[in-house]
Design a protein around this ligand. Structure first.
Ligand SMILES: [Ca+2]
Length: 133
């Protein structure tokens, strides 16, 4: 029992250190929300600039379908990383792909989503494998 507890403690300590970045800390961000990573094969969006704040991971399914953002992510995206290996992703200001649309190819890392998309994105569409913007 004691060994299991110790192992769990070590694992959580390692996770905490791995999620921190010195520059983000210097801006007084809440430690619990710092996770700038985005796993391969996904697109990630963050509520703050420079990949800070709460993160949402978007997988590759469904593809070719507009998906509406819900809850606190709607109209609240300020940075993103497209870590799909070979897919673009589109974002629209309105639901179901309405209003203005912006697109980023695989590999894009946007620290500050530009006007007029900052905090206005309400839906997204994952592209087909092999597709560019
Ligand atoms: Ca919107």
């Amino acid at each position: 029992m004691r060994n299991r507890y110790r192992a769990a403690l070590a694992a959580s300590a390692a996770l905490a250190v791995g999620g921190l970045s010195a520059s983000a800390l210097s801006h007084g961000q809440e430690v619990g929300t710092l996770d700038t990573s985005c796993p391969s094969g996904n697109t990630c969006v963050w509520k703050g600039t420079n990949w800070t704040g709460e993160k949402k991971v978007i997988g590759n399914s469904p593809e070719g379908v507009w998906v509406n953002l819900t809850g606190t992510f709607d109209n609240n995206i300020e940075s993103l990383k497209n870590h799909f290996s070979n897919r673009s992703i589109r974002f629209a200001q309105g639901y179901n792909g309405t209003n203005s649309v912006v697109c980023w190819n695989a590999g894009a890392e946007v620290s500050n989503v530009h006007f007029p998309f900052t905090n206005t994105i309400s839906s997204y569409k994952v592209g087909q494998a092999g597709g560019n913007c």
